[in-house]
Design a protein around this ligand. Structure first.
Ligand SMILES: C[S@@+](CC[C@H](N)C(=O)[O-])C[C@H]1O[C@@H](n2cnc3c(N)ncnc32)[C@H](O)[C@@H]1O
Length: 359
């Protein structure tokens, strides 16, 4: 019998061009990962923002760096539209918006550190690829590059701009309580950026940070000592071995990383003083995959594949909730599975969902 060759699929030129264009755009971003890190660590965005417009020679004089490297870096950054080229003067500058994203560390959209997180994910490809075959986890502390450093820097602007200003005031009587004193536990605190913000904002409160990752707690202690905060302590602890009782317990972007989020929440429920609140900050997500097929969902599903799912699978239970669990799933977990009486949405940003759980 003559073999039939399958019909060739016909390519739709418009769809193909759109796809190739999109992928080219993404590749430009991927190729920029080391360049943004170099620009940030050498202070190039700040120099341009403070002194621009500058030619490559003027930037070299300002920074003491080599002009030829700077010229190539400036050209790449201008092509990325991360900085602006002024053709008439052959100089480069940052617009106020570009400075808001790349030079201003206090801005809520200071995104330069996110490129360090991308580099950390890339560096962990070998371990995570092997885990795809075995189904085993890759522990938080086993990831090669300093993942915890990148994460702490990536999340810091969000906490500095929202935590005291809008998230805490949205919780039930928490600000009044902490202003008078009270006890706070920040569980899964990592480098303790959120913990320090809480201790600074409420000097009469007793604030404790907990994390099972020893190097992160060392880093947190080091930062706290630099800030001379006497109402702040850090401890190495599994979430479900939390000791003490508290008026506020916070969980910043860590519930979905835990092997046993329900067990951790049950322990936390038992550690709440009467009338206390738990603030659970999770990545923003809709309730279905379809809802999350957008730029934020894309970033978080990628981070979740490389970090959150492997971290959870490396722990006992290995629930692997994923970074895009969504509000419905989280509320079911908190109320039906962990036994809280109530769980409400307190606030939201494009990147974060803030839930309050009470007994
Ligand atoms: C994405 S990081 C967030 C760190 C910090 N809360 C922040 O927002 O910058 C997740 C943190 O959860 C911690 N973690 C994960 N599972 C844990 C567990 N079972 N007990 C305690 N900490 C845990 C990790 O060590 C890591 O510091």
């Amino acid at each position: 019998m003559p073999t039939q060759t399958p019909p060739k699929p016909t390519l739709d030129e418009v769809s193909l061009n759109a796809l190739v264009g999109g992928v080219l755009h993404d590749l430009g971003g991927a190729f920029s990962v080391p360049l943004v890190q170099i620009g940030e660590s050498l202070g190039l965005y700040k120099a341009l923002s403070e002194h621009g417009p500058l030619s490559s020679t003027e930037l070299a004089a300002k920074t003491g760096l080599h002009e030829r490297y700077l010229r190539e870096w400036l050209s790449a950054q201008a092509a990325s539209k991360y900085i602006t080229f002024c053709p008439a003067t052959e100089t480069f500058k940052l617009t106020p918006e570009q400075a808001f994203v790349f030079a201003n560390e206090a801005s809520p959209f200071y995104l330069a550190p996110a490129f360090a997180a991308a580099a950390a994910f890339q560096n962990n490809t070998t371990q995570v690829r092997a885990a795809f075959r075995t189904g085993e986890g890759v522990a938080w502390g086993e990831q090669t590059q300093c993942l915890s450093c990148a994460v702490a820097r990536f999340f810091r602007p969000g906490y500095e701009n929202h935590l005291v200003q809008s998230w805490l005031p949205a919780l039930n009587g928490v600000v009044a309580k902490l202003t008078q004193g009270g006890r706070v536990a920040d569980v899964g605190c990592g480098h303790g950026i959120s913990t320090m913000i809480l201790a600074k904002a409420f000097p009469k409160a007793n604030v404790h940070g907990f994390d099972f990752h020893e190097p992160s707690i060392e880093e947190a202690k080091h930062h706290a000592a630099e800030h001379n905060l006497t109402n702040l302590q850090f401890h190495i602890s599994e979430a479900n071995e939390l000791k003490g009782t508290y008026d506020l317990i916070t969980m910043f972007d860590c519930l979905h990383d835990m092997g046993d989020p329900v067990g951790a929440l049950k322990t936390i429920r038992g550690a709440l003083n009467p009338g206390g609140s738990v603030m659970i900050v999770e990545p923003m997500a809709g309730d279905s995959l379809q809802d999350n097929l957008n730029p934020v969902g894309r970033m978080y599903y990628s981070a979740s594949t490389m970090v959150c799912v492997p971290t959870s699978l490396a722990q006992s239970t290995g629930a692997a909730l994923g970074a895009q669990a969504g509000e419905k799933r989280l509320r079911r977990l908190i109320v039906e599975e962990a036994g809280f009486g109530v769980c409400l949405r307190a606030a939201a940003t494009p990147f974060n969902l803030i839930l309050e759980a009470r007994v």
